[in-house]
Ligand binder design. Structure first.
Ligand code: CMC
Length: 431
């Protein structure tokens, strides 16, 4: 936490309160309102946290105006191009890019934690066959706390580290098994000679009767999708993880809470919703109809994969994703994919429309990701689980940062109460 160098004065009624201000390394200054209630007997009101910094952090920075995303200072486009997912995981967790030896050790550790406790298979089998894989993931990740008791003591830094490694390592296995279960195929166990993304693709697409040859270009595209989703500062699911963990809950329970939050269509569920929308639009001719619906205040329809709370410019992840979509479809020999066609034309039409321009609505990470994932063979129901898998490292890094802070407090927002004032109970005969 930086030193306060200046103050802001808040004046109301007959009170004047001096509030310390802090300058971040980059980004807007913040006003520290922690003593506001004690000194002024007032709360601030900010539903949706549009102007509230809920923590200090050194992990990820977004400049929404510029369309810039930095992990530990490194821009996401450089990481997507030059690095790879496990190296980015190391960077997020430990703060610096690893040396070659440190990276090798980290990769070995993650690889050695990919298997699940065998009894967890019974847990999967308890779900209905038509369960959404996100429902399975939420349940199974929460259940990890019942299987890995030796890494639930959050007061022990070593246990925290083991829990972090376990979550990053086992999430692909859990996501792949959730998928296999819903399509009625046997679980495919992880293979330690494969890299992280190749292993995930194989666990999803191999069957015991026939192995799966991992295409290195698809594996690279998968890795890039993981990298682009790795962290995104204090978004809804990350804030959920932080709030859940502020009570001292174990890491597996907290990450399960993050997965539950991510599922919603305004957040991680948008990739599934976006591809479904593109398919519903179906052809370039119908784009004007959907643009008109998105602009109509009386129609709840929104362009999925468009808009962002923080980005008021291009989401830098969307740019890389668009390029990846072209590469993957090229590789798979998919020419003139009608959905990609609709996506590109829809993006163009929206960017040229004053409604979207005035509100600064641009394509976000979810706009093109579904097209790539579908081309790779994933059903739409797997899009959000893949987001959850990728984001686990972000959740875990933010959780680790929070737990290591000696000043950590339980999260406990206040409210603007608009309900009834005190009144006496009325017996049922008198109502
Ligand atoms: N289509 C049409 N209008 C939109 C859209 C959209 N996708 N997004 C925002 N608007 C309008 C909205 O109606 C509002 O208009 P007005 O000011 O006239 O009432 C204005 O833009 C501001 O919208 P908001 O809902 O107040 O903005 P927000 O910051 O609360 O919401 C959002 C951000 C991402 C939830 C929203 O843009 C949205 O629902 N987008 C579609 C869902 C989506 O793609 N989500 C993925 C986000 S990126 C991945 C992730 O982080 O999970």
């Amino acid at each position: 936490m930086p030193e306060s160098t200046k103050t802001a004065t808040l004046t109301f009624d007959d009170k004047s309160i001096e509030l310390p201000m802090y300058a971040p390394t980059v980004g807007p200054e913040v006003i520290d309102i922690r003593k506001l209630y004690a000194e002024g007997k007032v709360f601030t009101y900010d539903p949706g946290f549009t102007s509230t910094a809920a923590c200090d952090s050194t992990i990820t920075f977004i400049d929404g105006g510029k369309g810039e995303l930095l992990h530990r200072g490194y821009p996401i486009d450089q990481l997507a191009e030059k690095s790879h997912y496990l190296e980015v995981c190391y960077l997020l967790l430990y703060g610096e890019l690893p040396s070659a030896t440190a990276l090798e050790e980290f990769e070995t550790t993650i690889t050695r934690h990919t298997m699940l406790h065998e009894q967890m298979m019974n847990f999967f089998r308890g779900f209905r066959r038509d369960a959404h894989p996100m429902a399975v993931m939420t349940g199974v990740v929460g259940a990890m706390s019942a299987f890995y008791h030796d890494s639930t003591d959050i007061a022990d830094p070593r246990q925290r580290e083991i829990a972090s490694h376990r979550l990053i390592a086992k999430m692909p296995t859990i996501a792949a098994m959730a998928y296999k279960y819903t399509i009625g195929q046997p679980f495919v166990y992880p293979r330690n000679d494969l890299d992280y993304s190749s292993n995930f693709l194989r666990m999803c697409f191999a069957v015991p009767a026939e192995d799966y040859e991992v295409n290195p270009i698809l594996s690279r595209a998968m890795d890039r999708i993981f990298t682009l989703h790795a962290d995104h500062e204090q978004n809804a699911s990350t804030s959920t993880v932080r709030l859940a963990s502020s009570s001292g809950a174990n890491p597996f329970a907290c990450i399960a809470a993050g997965i539950a939050c991510l599922w919603g269509p305004a957040h991680g569920g948008a990739n599934q919703a976006c591809l479904e929308m593109l398919k519903e639009i179906g052809s370039v001719e119908r784009i004007p109809e959907y643009i008109a619906r998105a602009k109509d205040k009386d129609d709840p329809f929104r362009l999925m994969g468009f808009g962002h709370r923080v980005y008021k410019n291009f989401d830098p992840r969307a740019k890389v994703m668009k390029q990846s979509a072209d590469e993957v479809l090229d590789l798979l020999g998919v020419e003139n994919n009608p959905i990609l066609q609709v996506a590109k034309e829809l993006e163009k039409a929206a960017l040229e429309d004053p409604y979207f321009a005035d509100k600064k609505l641009f394509p976000n990470v979810d706009f093109y990701s579904g097209i790539i994932l579908e081309a790779m063979g994933f059903p739409t129901s797997m899009f959000t689980p893949i987001f959850a898998l990728s984001r686990t490292v972000g959740w875990i890094s933010q959780w680790k940062e929070m737990i290591s802070d000696p000043g950590m407090k339980i999260g406990r927002p206040r409210q603007l109460y608009c309900g009834e004032t005190l009144r006496d109970y009325v017996d049922i005969e008198q109502r």
